[in-house]
Write a protein that binds this ligand. Structure first.
Ligand SMILES: Cc1cc2nc3c(=O)[nH]c(=O)nc-3n(C[C@H](O)[C@H](O)[C@H](O)COP(=O)(O)OP(=O)(O)OC[C@H]3O[C@@H](n4cnc5c(N)ncnc54)[C@H](O)[C@@H]3O)c2cc1C
Length: 284
């Protein structure tokens, strides 16, 4: 079991990692894809590292984290479950456990479509390997918005689901038994569970819709977390409303800036480290 699982490998997640290591805590960083910072041509307002491109800055941060012997895993966290004071994090075909969580997932990148939040867990899923077996021999749709979506669609086809693949263009590597539907999902409908979805104004039948984005909406990633719009609410210590769960960086609000993300994350990591010490002493 890790002391802490840090979800997100941007400046906030990496700053949290360095600070956890500095406090002697065993942490792992999970990261689903590139940090937003990698897109910056030139960053000139980060103290001590002038005139760097965003990707050079990320390389510098990652090098520091590796020097501190913190593992960076390229994996998307699809779900965090609180379990008797500890946490289980689903990363597709594996589950990692920890005493605490630091969320550093960046600013929200996608708005849920109509019906998505309503039917989450009742025919909307973010993880094919977790929920696929429930839909063997049934109609499912995969909305392919991330690199791993084709692999997941082929997995569902392999276990006996009748798969439709919805995307803006036909992807390489899709199993020929899978029906391709061109477009984007506009609406999800049903009664107790999902029955249909709308794409290009046409209604298709499906018992489950796997929405495979690069990132997972925060309130779907961890149930019960308090949000203000798309931002996670934290206190002055970086703590969320869920004991043992901290958050930092763009996902907690503006300004969307590297220094703020790194500073927030240090504050969250120091509070989290104290939380772990108290827990280890049996005071939590
Ligand atoms: C073009 C551009 C220029 C910019 N220029 C500047 C500048 O000059 N100065 C400045 O201070 N700021 C600048 N910024 C802003 C800066 O990039 C952000 O403030 C900073 O990257 C926020 O860091 P973060 O760690 O909070 O989030 P991010 O950098 O967005 O990192 C979040 C990480 O979390 C990962 N993730 C998300 N969900 C999951 C999940 N479920 N499982 C696993 N991993 C997950 C993502 O893949 C990503 O790697 C710029 C941004 C852009 C786009």
């Amino acid at each position: 079991m890790y002391d802490c699982i840090i979800i997100g490998g941007g400046p906030a997640g990496l700053s949290a990692a360095v600070n956890m290591a500095q406090r002697g805590k065993q942490a792992v960083v999970l990261t689903a894809g590139e940090s937003l910072l990698a897109k910056a041509e030139l960053v000139n307002n980060y103290l001590g590292l002038p005139e760097m491109s965003g990707s050079e800055m990320m390389d510098t941060f990652e090098k520091h984290v590796r020097q501190m012997n913190v593992e960076i895993k390229h994996a998307k966290a699809s779900n965090v479950l609180a379990n008797d004071g500890d946490f289980a994090v689903n990363i597709g075909d594996d589950i990692l456990t920890s005493k605490s969580i630091i969320l550093a997932c960046g600013a929200a990148k996608a708005k849920p479509v109509s019906g998505e939040s309503e039917f989450l867990g009742r025919g909307v899923s973010y993880c094919a390997t977790c929920d696929g077996m429930l839909y063997r021999n049934r109609n499912v749709a995969v909305w392919g918005l991330s690199e791993e979506a084709v692999h997941e669609a082929n997995f569902l086809n392999g276990i006996g689901c009748k798969v439709m693949y919805v995307a803006g263009q036909y992807p390489d590597g899709l199993d020929e038994k899978i029906t391709y539907v061109h477009g984007r999902i506009e609406e999800i409908n049903g009664e107790a569970t999902v029955k249909t979805f709308l794409c290009g104004g046409v209604s298709y039948s499906a018992d489950c819709i796997f929405i495979l984005r690069q990132a997972v909406p925060t309130d779907a990633l961890i149930s019960g977390i308090e949000m203000n719009g798309t931002h996670v609410i934290i206190n002055e210590n970086g703590a969320t409303n869920i004991e043992g769960v901290y958050a930092a960086g763009d996902m907690t609000g503006t300004p969307y800036q590297v220094s703020k993300a790194v500073g927030d994350a240090q504050c969250a990591a120091l509070s989290c480290s104290k939380y772990i010490d108290d827990k280890n002493r049996g005071q939590k």
